[in-house]
Design a protein around this ligand. Sequence first.
Ligand SMILES: Nc1ncnc2c1ncn2[C@@H]1O[C@H](COP(=O)(O)OP(=O)(O)OP(=O)(O)O)[C@@H](O)[C@H]1O
Ligand SMILES: [Mg+2]
Length: 237
Amino acid sequence: MPNKIFFITGIDTNIGKTFVSLLLMLAFKQKGLNAGYMKPVETGVKINKDGSKNYLDGRYLKEEGKLTTNLEIITPYTFESPLSPYAASKFEDKTICIKEILFKFYELNRMYDYMIVEGAGGMLVPLKKNHFVIDIARYIDAGVILVTKAGLGMINHTLLNIEYAKSHEIKISGIIINNALNENDESVLSNKKTLLEYTDVPILGDIPYIQNRNDLKDENLLKKFALKYIDIGNILG
Ligand SMILES: Nc1ncnc2c1ncn2[C@@H]1O[C@H](COP(=O)(O)OP(=O)(O)OP(=O)(O)O)[C@@H](O)[C@H]1O
Ligand SMILES: [Mg+2]
């Protein structure tokens, strides 16, 4: 049975997990399917003077994806320190409870056809003592989508992540190449083809660098990008 729960991880922080999550959500929407979003733990979240939290990824997806769920459910754990969740939780003396994350996840999961859950950083970012962020994907039985870069080094990073997932019984649904770093070295043209010689994991998307920052906020353009650059047919199975 095709997966309905996707966990978005990346080969690094800032690789475009949130942007890919948004495009994925818009692609589902255009197929008439509603998709929810969760970012279980977010670090580097500033507290405003009025005590409200300056959610980053959660707020972006809520606004651009027009989600009605409140931010406390989308992101149950926030930390001000721009550290890994484990380091931030030790620093701020606040424990991350996995049961609490799962409780909120299942609450959301009941409301939507599809769920998109974004990790923090990459797979082996420490979540809490003896847990990595990618363990959440296992607990919610998600298919993992790995966001990777387009240029030199992408084959190594991508294959290492896939290797980890396969050897730790983590379901990997596919790879999405996102050229967030605007790489244009010679390897960009051949990386996709070469990568497929080394893995049977499908490439579910190939997103170019979007030059104009305004395009990243243009609803109609984003919808077009979603269907153009994400292989939603393959994802739906
Ligand atoms: N294809 C793209 N073209 C242009 N800019 C992009 C693209 N993808 C992502 N970006 C930009 O790159 C930056 C990082 O992207 P994003 O926030 O999605 O990364 P992330 O992996 O979710 O980061 P984090 O680890 O902090 O959650 C953002 O400013 C985003 O707008
Ligand atoms: Mg993000």
